[in-house]
Design a protein around this ligand. Structure first.
Ligand code: C5P
Length: 233
């Protein structure tokens, strides 16, 4: 497969066409944004680290029966993927209270939850990706109840597999965001899973090993991403 025209450029990735209409090449950049694009920066080698981390996690999930858009890692920054049409939802899973949920509901970060929380947000930059529920999503025509059912079932499985994978490596999976894409008749896990899209806390020290180091100016952002990479290997 060869890189053809640039099809789409997002905050952290570029997507190129290939000679085959069913496949794209996804290129991982070093650019980082937070707070809906208000904070901008670059994290040296982030694209290389996130490409490797996301490929390793998608391969682990595939091995355990989760269908994903990933075909293969091509090089340091590129991966070959099935060309999906993204379901315009961000699916968020919370195992421990943190981030926007902790703030919105007035609970301390790190508070254990009595059940896993599943949230969906409408992927819309102009609106700042607002939190919605299943009825909003179906009423707005973003998805169907049938598709949502598949998405929630896959999401639960993904959370269980990721939680176990990371705890074995001394990392608590606090929360994460995933996206799904439509490919012919299927709905596949798409986008990425990386320290950009997850909260990872060291299991012993609770040290943050994710993009919160960038969002909150905690320093050593690259070191945190490298730490995640080294524990995955
Ligand atoms: O900010 P919030 O607490 O809602 O984020 C929950 C989880 O979803 C975090 O792991 C965060 O990194 C991820 N997220 C994301 N992209 C967004 C919003 C949240 O990856 N646009």
């Amino acid at each position: 497969f060869e890189k053809k025209e640039l099809m789409y450029e997002g905050k952290a990735k570029k997507v190129y066409k290939t000679e085959n209409d069913d496949y794209v090449i996804v290129h991982y950049k070093d650019d980082a944004t937070a707070f809906n694009g208000e904070k901008k920066g670059t994290i040296e080698d982030k694209g290389i680290l996130n490409n490797s981390i996301s490929c390793a996690l998608f391969n682990m999930l595939e091995k355990n029966g989760v269908e994903t858009h990933l075909v293969e890692k091509l090089n340091e920054r590129d991966q070959l993927c099935k060309k999906v049409s993204i379901v315009p939802l961000e699916v968020i899973v919370r195992n421990v209270a943190a981030g926007s949920m902790a703030k919105r509901l007035g609970v301390e970060e790190g508070t254990e939850l009595k059940t896993t929380i599943y949230e969906i947000c409408y992927k819309n930059d102009d609106l700042g990706d607002p939190l919605i529920n299943d009825y909003h999503a179906v009423a707005l025509g973003l998805t169907t109840f049938e598709e949502l059912d598949k998405i929630y079932k896959a999401t639960e499985k993904i959370n269980n597999l990721l939680k176990e994978f990371f705890i074995e490596r001394g990392i608590k999976l606090i929360d994460f965001k995933i996206e799904f894409g439509r490919f012919h008749d299927e709905v596949l896990l798409a986008d990425e899973i990386s320290p950009d899209t997850c909260r990872f806390w060291d299991a012993k020290t609770n040290e943050k090993l994710d993009k919160d180091r960038f969002r909150r100016d905690l320093g050593n952002v690259k070191g945190a991403y490298e730490e995640i990479m080294s524990r995955i290997k």
